[in-house]
Design a protein around this ligand. Structure first.
Ligand SMILES: *Cc1c(COP(=O)(O)O)cnc(C)c1O
Length: 374
């Protein structure tokens, strides 16, 4: 069998048709009509008033954080176990990410540790939903109300997922999505900020486009960037979005299959199937090697690769990032669960295009790799 990549998107719907419409009509830039349509469809899907499409999910986080007015000296509480986009959006503006540890069952931030980290400088909590299971939003929203701070919801991996029946992406003062090819809906590269606050939405529109003054063009009051999203990206996104519920079903079917096949295997911990607030959507199917297994995730990923299986290690913690260590940030801070996930966690092929035969081959190789250890 050919090498099985860790992710492959499924582009077999109207993607080509809508892209051809862009080319036939000449609308390929960010001024094209599909951009607004895509913004409206995503915001409707996640029950928000406004959507602002940007060039990628990282840009969406940057725009969201800047739109909330986070600046020099401000603190934002977030998990240390996440993608660096979360921390960079804050440090780029001179703010300070403040970290909490992770929960070993859901792999999300420990919400019970947040309150202890709140100081007079705290401006926001960044709630990041990771790998398929949402964060416990109720506890975060209660804290935010109690202390008068904002919630930035990173729902990059959660389009189509719900928390207590309400869409992920509907909870933050401002929430974001990514449309990278391993996300549930892809536009190649792409992202979106969603909110119900018209002022925030307008600020995001300004920030994605160089903060042109409204009255006079080429005059700018603020530093921002060109984070525009093109009609070509929106064309693919609209076609993808038509199949969202089918894609969610495929993800859950994949998760069920892997769980059935791997649940008897000693030495690995599988993703949590459900909690009282959500059923896993398996953005990716993760495995965490038990402490008794004398091997880290990098070596395990290498061995799977030699079997023809694409796998990836989990995120590397923010407090252990060379870039922040060089700046002498987070000296002596420890987050034992997050550090364990970063060293022992990995994910196996989980893309929407994954076939039954491919999943069978993945299971065979995972079992073989584990048994060779024992
Ligand atoms: C993918 C992802 C992002 C960043 O999105 P890009 O489009 O790759 O920039 C941000 N947060 C989380 C949780 C992600 O998984």
């Amino acid at each position: 069998m050919d090498f099985i990549p860790v992710n492959e998107p499924l582009l077999t719907g109207n993607e080509k048709k809508y892209l051809c419409e862009c080319i036939d009509s000449g609308w390929i830039s960010s001024e094209g009509p599909f951009v607004r349509q895509f913004e409206e469809k995503i915001s409707t899907t996640v029950q928000r008033q406004y959507g602002v499409a940007v060039s990628n999910g990282t840009a969406a986080l940057e725009v969201a954080v800047q739109a909330l007015g986070i600046a020099e000296g401000d603190e934002v509480i977030m998990p240390t176990f996440t993608i660096i986009s979360c921390a960079m959006a804050v440090t780029k503006l001179g703010g300070r990410p403040v970290f909490v540890d992770s929960d070993l069952d859901t792999w999300n931030m420990c919400v019970d540790e947040i309150e202890n980290k709140i100081t007079s400088k705290t401006r926001a909590i960044m709630a990041v939903h990771l790998y398929g299971m949402p964060v416990e939003m109720d506890k975060i929203l209660t804290l935010a109300r109690k202390y008068g701070i904002k919630v930035i919801e990173d729902a990059a991996e959660m389009l189509g997922q719900t928390y207590k029946g309400k869409p992920c992406g509907s909870f933050g003062d401002i929430s974001i999505f990514s449309f990278y090819p391993n996300k549930h809906v892809t536009t190649g590269e792409g992202g979106m900020v969603v909110t119900d606050d018209i002022k925030l939405a307008e600020r995001c529109r300004m920030l994605r486009n160089l903060c042109f003054r409204k009255d006079v063009r080429y005059v700018h009051d603020e530093i921002s960037d060109n984070y525009r999203f093109t009609n070509l990206q929106a064309a693919i996104g609209l076609a993808q979005l038509e199949r969202l519920s089918e894609f969610v079903k495929r993800k859950r079917r994949m998760g069920r299959y892997y769980t059935e096949q791997l649940s008897g295997v000693k030495g690995i911990k599988l993703p949590i199937t459900e909690t009282d607030y959500a059923k896993n959507i398996y953005w990716v199917y993760g495995l965490v090697l038990d402490d008794e297994i004398d091997m880290d995730n990098r070596e395990f990923v290498k061995r799977l690769a030699s079997e023809g299986i694409g796998a990836r290690t989990f995120f590397w913690c923010m407090h252990e990032q060379p870039v922040y260590i060089k700046q002498r940030l987070y000296v002596g801070e420890r987050y034992v669960n997050a550090e364990k996930l970063a060293r022992k966690g990995l994910y196996i092929p989980s893309g929407i295009a994954l076939s039954e035969e491919q999943m069978q081959a993945v299971v065979r190789s995972v079992k073989k790799t584990i048994y060779q250890l024992g």
